[in-house]
Write a new protein. Sequence first.
Length: 192
Amino acid sequence: MRGGSHGGYLTGHLLAAAPRMFRCGLSRNPVTNIATMVGTTDIPEWCFAEAIGSGALARRGMSGGDGMARIGSGAGKEDEDEDEDEDEDAVLVREREGAVGGLSGSEFAAMQRSSPMARVHRIAAPYLLMAGGSDLRVPPAQSKEMHRALVARGVPSRLLWYPDDTHSLAGCCTYAETCVHAGAWLDHWLKE
């Protein structure tokens, strides 16, 4: 079983749902815990839509078109007093800061329930995780959290960390290296 990003999210779910069906898994920058990702990703609206449904975006007045969610007090309203010279990154950070604190208890619980980490105790297949250390889409802590939980349970897991790579892991050397490691992982665990 192999997937990247959302496909990695699905890989985690499938490894947990059918623990005896797959002999191993591998994921590139997988979403593993929506509840911890929502406050650190550049696409928090995806977290709401995936875990709660697209209606959650409308109820919160969150935009989906510009990649920035309006979460917390004043959601969906432009601040008329906002400094026009404010750095765009500062706006994104400010909006993210209220993300987790602005979740209701039921939203947080829904995000936890919708995550592969909620069923990590069911994963038995060896799992290779590959993460870009500079990924803003699916922060690399998602892979680290899954890896540590698997190792703590005695499930074979390996985390490949590429500190300078982003979400795509598409640098020439990185891409070649991930292909070699994926092939070796599959070769090792799929041998009869």
